[in-house]
Ligand binder design. Structure first.
Ligand SMILES: [Zn+2]
Length: 73
C-alpha cells in the first residue's frame, strides 16, 4: 500500500524489488538506517588516521643530535 513504481506508477507489493508491470528496480525502503553506519565507519577511519598522524614521530625528532657530545681533542 502506498508504494508506486517510479518508472510507470504501478502499485507495487510490499517487498517487491522489481516492478511487476515494467520490471524497473524498486529502491529498498527505509534508507535512513543504512546511512548511519557508513558515516560512522568513515568518521572512525578519519579519527584513526588523524591519531596515527599525530602519534607518528617525525624522523628528525627520533635521531639524537650528534652535535651535543662533540669532544674537542
Ligand atoms: Zn513500473
Amino acid at each position: 500500500m502506498g508504494l508506486e513504481c517510479k518508472a510507470c506508477g504501478a502499485s507495487l507489493p510490499n517487498q517487491a524489488t522489481t516492478c511487476p508491470a515494467c520490471g524497473a528496480e524498486v529502491p529498498p525502503l527505509a534508507p535512513k538506517k543504512t546511512k548511519l553506519l557508513p558515516l560512522a565507519a568513515f568518521m572512525l577511519i578519519v579519527i584513526l588516521v588523524i591519531q596515527a598522524y599525530m602519534n607518528k614521530p617525525e624522523p628528525e625528532a627520533v635521531e639524537p643530535a650528534p652535535a651535543a657530545e662533540t669532544v674537542a681533542p
